[in-house]
Design a protein around this ligand. Structure first.
Ligand code: NAP
Length: 279
């Protein structure tokens, strides 16, 4: 089966597409809607958005303009855990459904563990039990935070979406997740477009006649890690989807990329991230 057609089976039987489309910083209405629509027509099923990206309406519009039905697609969104009031959190989840013009999400995540990650997760559990989400999970949780959550949750998180790329293989989290039936999604797999600066990825890109982005994406996907590359440039958008099926890295190459890791553990907390990204 082609890599782009593969899925990861989540703990509750839902199938998470292995390759999706990221929408962080896609904000400009016309360019953004066109890029998301182009992604859908290219074959990406998974669209990754978040309350904090302020682009749910663009995702909804792109789906309406596309040739695909809602049921052909897999929408992931994320709740920002900045308050503890359950009613407010629940209302924000319903608002997301309205913005996305849908009555369910395929996957909803707590965007960051702090400051009210547990309260936000409890809101997701209720949302899931009411049938508004097919799967739930977390994002940016380290091993300790996952352990703490597993002790108190009613429904185990099915996914942890984390920063993971050739400079941050996050082996501790990946191994813990695997042992506990939690799927991993990588964000910034292409290091925000900078993987081309890594000599070893350049070497492999030359060998397989693809771009370095495809090498980073394949490195993750071949380890059953879901990827959600973002691209506005139509060539990037198509290459990121199609190049994956041109080649397979061998085990030695995957291991050598793993050795490029420089970052261990959680790089930033949510406040630092928020400040750095000026969302
Ligand atoms: N859970 C979280 O906390 C979190 C945090 C960050 C991101 N995310 C999610 O993960 C997604 C991916 O992360 P990201 O958008 O930060 O970074 P990324 O996907 O690693 O990189 C996006 C950048 O790479 C460029 N690019 C795309 N394809 C390329 C190619 N083939 N060759 C060279 N450059 C290429 C894009 O340029 P163009 O746009 O010009 O094509 C864009 O500037 C986000 O969109 C978001 O959905 C989640």
């Amino acid at each position: 089966m082609k890599k782009v057609e593969q899925t990861i089976l989540l703990a509750n039987g839902v199938e998470l597409p292995l390759v999706g489309f990221g929408t962080f910083r896609i904000l400009e209405p016309e360019i953004g809607t066109n890029a998301i629509k182009e992604a859908i027509e290219t074959g990406y099923q998974l669209l990754d958005t978040a309350e904090h990206y302020h682009n749910h309406h663009l995702v909804a519009e792109a789906i309406k303009q596309s040739s695909k039905k809602r049921s052909d697609l897999f929408i992931t969104s994320k709740l920002w855990p900045n308050e503890e009031n359950p009613e407010n959190l629940r209302n924000r989840l319903y608002k997301m459904l309205a913005e996305l013009e849908t009555d369910y999400l395929d996957l909803i995540l707590v965007h960051w563990p702090l400051p009210y990650g547990l309260e936000a997760y409890q809101a997701l559990e209720d949302f899931y039990l009411e049938g508004h989400a097919k799967a739930i999970g977390v994002s940016n949780f380290n091993v300790e935070q996952l352990k703490n959550l597993l002790k108190v949750c009613r429904i185990k998180p099915m996914v942890n979406q984390i920063e993971l790329h050739p400079h941050a293989n996050r082996q501790d989290i990946v191994n813990f997740a695997k042992e506990n039936g939690i799927a991993i999604t990588s964000w910034q797999t292409m290091m925000d477009g900078k993987v081309g600066d890594l000599p070893y990825l350049q070497e492999l890109a030359t060998k397989y006649a693809v771009d370095p982005a495809a090498i980073a994406l394949s490195w993750a996907v071949q380890q059953q890690i879901c990827v959600i590359p973002k691209a506005i440039n139509p060539k990037h958008l198509k290459d990121n989807f199609h190049h994956l099926d041109y080649f397979n890295l061998n085990d030695e190459e995957i291991n050598k990329i793993n050795l490029l890791t420089k970052i261990d553990g959680q790089k930033m907390n949510s406040e630092e991230f928020l400040a750095s990204e000026k969302l």
